[in-house]
Structure formats: structure tokens, C-alpha cells
Design a protein around this ligand. Structure first.
Ligand SMILES: [Mn+2]
Length: 756
């Protein structure tokens, strides 16, 4: 109800058909000119048609005024109501503002739509960018990993250099102080002095002389500490020195029944030069041909040559228990070079306390020349056992162990050199707990010049799912702990297998070795699993060092030849000890599944009898660092439907080619791993150079950059870092190569089809 001040509403009547005149004022927006016109209508008509009235043509009314045309009386209330109606309508229809608002809203909506579109484009871009950034991040991560590996290598090299430097320093100190290893190993020219002291005939004044004779003819104590070529002691005697502990020995030597030696020949001299001559190279013979190391270099070195003491200096002051038990050293060999075999024996005798070596049991595994071993039987404490057929390492060692007299067994390889105090720390660990199986740190003797090089003690033995032994770095935490006390034992998931000490009763109780393993390989895997799972432990003792002639690894030629034996032995170990985890091995080395492994019932019975723990326990408690296997798909790479990627029978460093598909696996079987490796057994397709046109060859998979490939849409197989793709254009001439990627080329189009 309108409140109209100053005028009381009066009752007026208005005829329904009373006409009013509406003066409508319009504004021509274009011209800016107001236009006025009058319309006569009844009030209802006016109300009804206010839309039309207020916008004639496309123009809108700016105001509407009403006048009564007749003298009809309107009640003020009615008039007021009417006016109110009209005003409301006018307001509702005052189009310019309203339409403008509407248009503005439409524009706003349009603008917002554009904004939305733009923003969603931006979001898409951001998503792409994020993806790119993630790729960059993972690439960077990979680079960092590589870098840290390199750093580790550099660090290790530095460590090694430091060790060598320490050893050299020690050596120099020893030389200048005159206390000395250096003089202890003085050349045999000193034998003249020995002769003078001992009063024996000099039968070999130029060469190395080794005192031999039956041990029971000697008073043990009298020989205690006597070194082979223990001539320095005599020299010291001659010089009147009495502070050196060797002097006492020298006195003992003088008291040995050497002067009267002729009677029962208790003492004679092993003719080292003659022995070595007996196995010498023929003129013009390749010095590497027989042993795969430089025999000429080995033959030229004396059996008692000096080697650097590569231990951490803290080891030198360490005191070992007095009550260590003596050991039987078991050395098995097959066609070993005489000079390396002799040096092995001499180093054992020279660098071990006399009373701790009961005997050296030499097991000749049917070498071509029986005298190689037999002649060595003349050396004190050396016993020789010869197989009448080739038995292999495992059965030869067990034979030696069975023949051994002492309660502790020390297994050695036949081309090693024991270093200062190598034995005591090993024996002590076993003495304290007979379920420990302990190894020295294995130093390196160069296969080319026989230089003795200290190895890092920050390593332990491990393996991947291919079950091939490998050295690996201790974790940074373990290394840090070790650097606080470099003499503490290192737990190792696996031993290299060549050199270790074990309690004899424990060795027997644990089931010795798997006697059905042939020739070589896999036995270290088996004994490592067995020791850990059946309650024992494996350790590397850093204060014990033994050098070993490492030969270049035989190219891994699985399947066929030695690889077959290796796979057979490995399979036996996996089948007995790995439970369901053996499947990981078969996935990594698929062809192993085809190698028969014989009967394992007795080994399973042994496992049962000893209540050995499952492999899961071993993984969780001994080797939690073993990575889960990288998932992979197995199938073939086809080109043109009928041709297949094929190894062409090539092995390591060999090229690969294209051959009609035969669908029977073999040389056409490839695994594509989650990491992007294209693998045939444990060989990976490898880019030789980071360049267009590079060769692609097979190499042992080593998780490096140049072994990663991406399968692209359209069938291209692209290197993951650089824009080259596997290409068959020259496959007849140089095998498959890596060429600049081009999706138009049929020679780059592959289809990987998985085997069901
Ligand atoms: Mn060896």
C-alpha cells in the first residue's frame, strides 16, 4: 500500500473501459534523441501491453506518464495501485539497464569460459611439465647413483693406495730398523753363512734352500720358529746380535742334527731350482698358455720372496691367544705351475707359527705330471695324495679333509701367498666359536707380473639372482663402524670359497660338501647357504691376508662346456637350499632349468636332520640387502613378421643379427626387464658408444646406462638417453646397430611378442 502523504485516499470509481493516455518517452540510443508519443488504452490494456508500449521498435521507454482521458473518477487507491503496477512493470522492463546487465552477464560467462579453457590448458601444460620434471628427476637420480658408484670406486682406489702406502712405509721402517721382513727373506747367497754355522756341505749355494726332513726326527721346539731360508738368523748370530728372536732359532738350527746329517739323511735340501726347472717353459712357449697367468714371471721369483704387509697397522699390535689349536692345511691342485704351488707351500710354512701347522695335505687332482706333487712330499710336513682320476675341487677337498689329522682344517687354493700372521686371527675366531667359518682378506697377485697388491678390507661376498659370486662394498654404516676398529670380523653372506678355516668336527657335522658336485663352481654357494641356514656363520677376518693370483675370468660360456657344470652345481645348491626362492634364479638364468641336476635326496635329508632354517630366514637375517629381482617379460623381437632378433650363437662381446623366426626360443629368446634391459640369459644388449651408428653387442648385464632401451610406439626400440634406435640396415655386414631414430624406417620396426 502506497503511503501518499497530504492526500487521503478517496473512493473513486473507474469504468472498466475508461481510456487513459500514456505518454511514452523513448530515447533513441543511437541518436540520443528522446521521442515522445501518446497511446490511448484502457488501464488493463495498458498493463497488459506495457512490454510493447515500453519498447516500440527496438527502442526502450525512459518514462511513462499516465493521464485520464475521460472524466472518469478514479479512486486514489486504484490510481495509486495502477501507478504502482505500472511503475513496477516499467522498472522490470526498463530494458537498457536490464539488458545491459544480461549482456554483461553473457559476456562475463563467455569470458569465464575462456578463462576456464585457458586455465585447463595451463593445467595440461603443468601436468606435462611435471611429467618432464619427474623424468628429469629420475634421470638425475640415476646419474647420482652412477656418480656415487664412481665415487665409491675412487674411494676404494684411494683406500687401496693408502694401504699400499702404509705397507711400503712399514716395509721401509722395517728395513731401516733392521728388524725385518726384508732381511729375513735375504737371498740365499747367505747360505754360505748357514754352511759356516751349520757345518754342512753347501750343495746349492746359489738357489733357495729349504730344510727338509721328517718332523719326528726333530725336537719340535728346536725347529720352532725356524723359517725356510732362515738364514738371516744365522747371519745375525754371526754378527753377534742377540736381541732378535730369530737368534734363538739360529742357535737351535745349529743344534739340529745337521752336521751329522749323512747318517740317516734326516736333513737334506729340497732342490728348488731343480724342481722349478722340471716344469719350466720350453723356449718360445707362450708363458700364459698353460696356466693363463704369466708363468715366466712366476718362475723368476723366489719361493720365499718378500711381499708387503698389507694389514691395517692396528693388526700388527694385536695379541692372539696362546692356546690355539694346530691346523691341517689342505691344498688341492690340478696342473698348477710348479713355482706358484711351491710358493704357496713355502709361504704357509714361513709365515705361520711352526707349532700351528701340523701338516700340509696336498691333493693332486690327477694332474698330467704326478711328479709336480710327489717331489714336494720331500718338504717337511707336506703329505701328497693323488687322485687316480679327475674328481674336481669338492671331492678332492673332502678327500684331503678326511685324511687330515688336526682338529682344524684350513683350505687353500694352489696359487696363493700367505702374508704376515695370516693364520693366528683365523684360528682364534674358530677357537672361540667352532661354528664360525672364517676367511682371510684376499689380496691380489697380478697374473702378469706377480706384483702383490693389497685389497680393500671393506668388501664382503654376495651374489645376484644369477647366483654368481661377487664382491660388494659394506654399507656406509658398516664401513664407518669398521673404521673405528679395523680389526673386527666382517660377517659375509657368501664366501669366495677358495680360502677358509673351519673346525673339522663342524665340517663333518655340517655334511662336508655336496659330493655330487663336479669340477668347479657353485660349491661356495652351497656351503655358504648351508653354514648360515644350519646355525653357523661366515666371516672375513681383516687382519688375515692371503694373496691370490686372480686370472681373467673365463668368458662365461653358458650353456655348454664349463657353464653346464657350473649351472648343474648351482642348481643343486638352489634346489636344496633356496626353497621357492629358487624361482628367482630360474627367472634370471632361464636355460638353467634344462640342465639335469641329479639326485639331491641325501642333501635334503641332511637339511632335515640338521634342522636348518628356511631360505627366507637367510634373506631376512643374513642378506637383507639382496635386491628383489627386476621383473621382466620373456619373448621374441620380430621384424617383418618373419625375421627375429637372434644372438647368432654369439656370446660376450658378440654382435646380434636377424634370422628367420623359429619360435623355439634358444638364441631368439629375449627378456625385456622393467629396467629396460634386453637380455639373453645374463647378457644384455649394449650400446658400445654413445653415438649414432654405434655397434650393439652382448655384454654381461651390469645395470649401466648403455644397457637400457625403451620400446616406443610404432615399434622403435630407442636407447633411453640418446636418440638412437635398434636398426637392422647393415645386419648382414656388422650385425644390428644403433641408428638415428626414424619411425619411417622398416629396419627400425620391431614387435615384441611375449611367450605365453
Ligand atoms: Mn684360484
Amino acid at each position: 500500500m502506497l503511503d501518499c502523504p497530504g492526500e487521503q485516499p478517496r473512493a473513486l470509481t473507474v469504468a472498466k473501459d475508461a481510456k487513459f493516455m500514456a505518454s511514452v518517452k523513448q530515447t533513441d540510443e543511437a541518436a540520443g534523441e528522446p521521442i515522445e508519443f501518446n497511446i490511448v488504452r484502457t488501464i488493463d490494456e495498458l498493463i497488459e501491453n506495457i512490454d510493447v508500449i515500453s519498447s516500440v521498435g527496438n527502442k526502450t521507454a525512459s518514462s511513462i506518464t499516465l493521464k485520464s482521458k475521460t472524466h472518469t473518477r478514479l479512486s486514489l487507491r486504484t490510481l495509486a495501485y495502477m501507478i504502482m503496477q505500472l511503475q513496477q512493470l516499467q522498472a522490470r522492463h526498463s530494458a537498457p539497464h536490464w539488458r545491459r546487465q544480461l549482456a554483461q552477464r553473457d559476456q562475463e560467462v563467455e569470458r569465464l569460459n575462456q578463462v576456464i579453457e585457458l586455465q585447463s590448458k595451463r593445467i595440461k601444460c603443468l601436468e606435462v611439465n611435471i611429467e618432464t620434471l619427474l623424468t628429469w628427476a629420475s634421470d638425475t637420480q640415476a646419474l647420482l647413483t652412477d656418480l656415487s658408484k664412481t665415487e665409491e670406486k675412487v674411494e676404494n682406489r684411494a683406500l687401496r693406495l693408502r694401504e699400499v702406502a702404509t705397507a711400503m712405509q712399514q716395509y721401509q721402517d722395517d728395513v731401516s730398523s733392521g728388524a725385518s721382513t726384508a732381511r729375513q727373506w735375504a737371498p740365499a747367497a747367505n747360505s754360505g753363512l748357514r754352511v759356516a754355522a751349520g757345518g754342512n756341505a753347501a750343495d746349492d749355494p746359489g738357489g733357495n734352500v729349504i730344510l727338509i726332513g721328517s718332523v719326528k726326527d726333530f725336537e719340535r721346539n728346536a725347529v720352532h720358529g725356524l723359517k725356510l731360508n732362515g738364514i738371516v738368523a744365522l747371519e745375525d748370530t754371526a754378527l753377534g746380535s742377540s736381541s732378535n728372536s730369530n737368534v734363538a732359532n739360529a742357535g737351535n738350527v745349529a743344534r739340529l742334527p745337521m752336521s751329522g746329517g749323512s747318517a740317516r739323511g734326516e736333513v737334506e735340501y729340497f732342490d728348488e731350482a731343480g724342481y722349478i726347472r722340471g716344469g719350466a717353459l720350453r723356449t718360445g712357449e707362450d708363458p700364459y698358455i698353460r696356466n693363463r697367468f704369466n708363468q715366466e714371471a712366476s718362475d723368476a721369483l723366489p719361493s720365499n720372496r718378500d711381499i708387503p704387509d698389507t694389514r691395517n697397522p692396528m693388526c700388527r699390535t694385536k695379541k692372539y691367544r696362546e692356546d690355539l689349536a694346530e691346523t691341517s692345511v689342505i691344498i688341492t691342485f690340478h696342473n698348477e705351475a710348479r713355482s706358484t704351488l711351491l710358493r704357496t707351500i713355502v709361504s704357509v710354512l714361513n709365515r705361520s707359527p711352526e707349532h700351528l701347522i701340523r701338516e700340509i695335505v696336498l691333493v693332486d687332482d690327477f694332474s698330467d705330471h704326478p711328479e709336480d706333487g710327489l717331489e714336494l712330499a720331500k718338504i717337511d710336513k707336506v703329505r701328497v695324495i693323488r687322485n687316480d682320476r679327475r674328481e674336481g675341487l669338492v671331492r678332492s677337498r673332502v678327500r684331503g679333509a678326511d685324511a687330515a689329522v688336526s682338529s682344524v682344517l684350513t683350505f687353500l687354493d694352489s696359487h696363493v701367498e700367505c702374508n704376515e700372521q695370516w693364520l693366528e686371527p683365523l684360528l682364534e675366531r674358530v677357537r672361540e666359536d667352532p661354528t664360525r667359518v672364517v676367511c682371510p682378506v684376499i689380496d691380489v697377485i697380478s697374473m702378469d707380473n706377480f706384483q702383490y697388491i693389497g685389497a680393500s678390507a671393506d668388501l664382503r661376498g654376495g651374489f645376484d639372482w644369477n647366483l654368481i659370486f661377487k664382491w660388494e662394498y659394506l654399507s656406509p654404516t658398516e664401513r664407518a663402524a669398521r673404521h673405528n676398529d679395523p680389526t673386527t670380523a666382517i660377517r659375509t653372506p657368501m664366501i669366495a670359497g677358495g680360502l677358509f678355516v673351519i673346525d673339522k668336527a663342524y665340517f663333518n657335522k655340517l655334511g662336508k660338501y655336496d659330493m655330487k658336485m663336479d669340477v668347479w663352481g657353485g660349491e661356495n654357494l652351497e656351503i655358504s647357504f648351508r653354514v648360515w641356514q644350519c646355525g653357523g656363520s661366515l666371516e672375513i677376518i681383516p687382519c688375515s691376508r692371503v694373496g691370490h693370483v686372480f686370472r681373467k675370468r673365463h668368458p662365461y660360456t653358458f650353456p655348454g662346456g664349463s657353464g653346464n657344470v657350473f649351472a648343474r652345481n648351482t642348481r643343486r645348491a638352489a634346489e636344496v637350499w633356496m626353497d621357492d626362492y629358487k624361482q628367482h634364479y630360474y627367472n634370471a638364468v632361464p636355460l638353467a632349468k634344462n640342465i639335469p641336476f641329479g639326485n639331491i635326496d641325501d642333501r635334503l635329508a641332511l637339511k632335515e636332520k640338521l634342522h636348518c632354517k628356511p631360505f627366507k630366514w637367510y634373506l631376512e637375517n643374513v642378506y637383507p640387502d639382496l635386491q628383489a629381482p627386476v621383473p621382466q617379460e620373456v619373448g621374441q623381437f620380430r621384424q617383418d613378421a618373419t625375421e627375429c632378433l637372434d644372438t647368432m650363437g654369439h656370446l660376450i662381446d658378440g654382435t646380434v643379427g636377424l634370422f628367420p623366426c623359429h619360435n623355439t626360443g634358444g638364441n631368439q629368446e629375449w627378456a625385456y626387464s622393467k629396467r629396460g634391459e634386453i637380455k639373453h640369459d645374463d647378457l644384455c644388449l649394449t650400446l658400445v658408444q654413445f653415438a649414432r651408428g654405434s655397434q650393439v653387442v652382448l655384454k654381461a648385464c651390469d645395470d649401466t646406462e648403455n644397457q637400457r632401451w625403451l620400446m616406443r610406439e610404432g615399434g622403435m626400440v630407442r636407447h633411453h638417453k640418446i636418440n638412437v634406435c635398434l636398426d637392422t640396415r647393415d645386419h648382414n655386414e656388422q650385425g644390428i646397430s644403433a641408428q638415428r631414430c626414424n619411425s619411417a624406417l622398416a629396419s627400425q620396426r620391431w614387435a615384441f611378442t611375449k611367450y605365453a
